[in-house]
Ligand binder design. Structure first.
Ligand code: AMP
Length: 289
């Protein structure tokens, strides 16, 4: 495994892989790697000959007052996890190389970035779309793997790849969860013990709504009210949103007539947690834990 910071050096390594006739599977991350990232690396290994992982805490996707400074960073541990996952190249670019001074170009994906997390994190999806586009140009992957945990991000990236004609296949991978259902996340480290216990209410609320829908409830407002009750019953929390949306357009639907995505963002203590599940009226229910 090689760890590379320079863009030109990375390009040279990629060119070498190409000369060997190997395809590239790519997993972009912000580090603080965990089993969710490892699952993406595994999936990348199944789809490409060479697995490339990037580790870059992207400043442009954090808003003012968000956790850019305190975002967990531990490169040594991250590299260990990559090594265990069979990664061949780890790209750890410098901020100044990814954003040469006075950078102004932004990739903006309208509509899909505007609902759900959009209003709560202004500029976030522009930051995501811009850094992912830049990474795709540098790494030139054949396939890139993203977690369904960040469902809105996945949809934004799928659209930008299609509309910018980028020659990369985007693959979404199922959310990896803790035993109690909480989606594994680098940000879970911010939770106190009590908050961590409380946070299991998020997946419970989502799973119960998916079950209620499978059993015939199609009134989104009723389902959202039930989820809201479940979350607030568990302890003090601020709900940014709980929404039932069309899985392609991310527009709210009511009543539910076909497959949907149930999405939420909730603040518990100082930690903003997001999660989502697929659901359909009449089922089936895909239990994830
Ligand atoms: P991040 O480092 O948080 O930017 O995440 C990098 C990639 O890992 C993104 O595609 C995330 O959606 C994905 N990811 C994060 N947590 C999980 C999880 N629990 N299960 C599956 N994928 C995840």
């Amino acid at each position: 495994m090689k760890t590379i910071s320079g863009i030109e050096e990375l390009r040279a390594e990629i060119a070498e892989c190409r000369r060997e006739g190997r395809t590239i599977g790519f997993v972009p991350t912000m580090g603080a790697l965990h089993v969710g990232h490892a699952a993406l690396m595994q999936a990348a290994g199944g789809r490409g000959d060479v697995v490339v992982v990037s580790i870059f805490v992207n400043p442009t996707q954090f808003g003012p007052g968000e956790d850019f400074e305190k975002y967990p960073r531990n490169l040594e541990r991250d590299l260990e996890l990559c090594r265990e996952a069979g990664v061949r190249l780890v790209f750890v670019p410098r901020g100044i190389d990814m954003y040469p001074s006075a950078s102004t170009t932004v990739i903006h994906v309208p509509e899909l970035g505007e609902g759900l997390c959009g209003p709560h994190r202004p500029g976030h999806f522009d930051g995501v779309a811009t850094i992912v586009t830049k990474l795709f140009h540098i790494v030139t992957p054949d396939v890139a793997l993203f977690g369904e945990k960040d469902y809105q991000q996945l949809k934004v990236i799928e659209r930008l790849v299609r509309e910018l004609n980028l020659p990369v296949q985007v693959v979404g991978c199922p959310t990896v969860r803790e035993e109690d259902g909480l989606a594994v996340s680098s940000r879970n480290a911010y939770l106190s013990r009590d908050e961590r216990r409380q946070a299991s209410c998020l997946y419970r609320a989502l799973a119960e709504a998916a079950e209620a829908m499978a059993a015939g409830e199609t009134d989104s407002a009723a389902l959202i009210a039930r989820m809201t009750g479940r979350v607030l019953q568990a302890g003090p929390a601020k709900i940014d949103y709980i929404a039932i949306v069309d899985p392609r357009t991310l527009r709210a639907v009511n009543p539910v007539r076909g497959p949907v995505r149930i999405c939420l963002a909730v603040r518990i203590g100082g930690c903003r947690l997001i999660d989502n599940v697929a659901a359909s009226p009449g089922g089936p229910v895909r239990r994830e834990v």
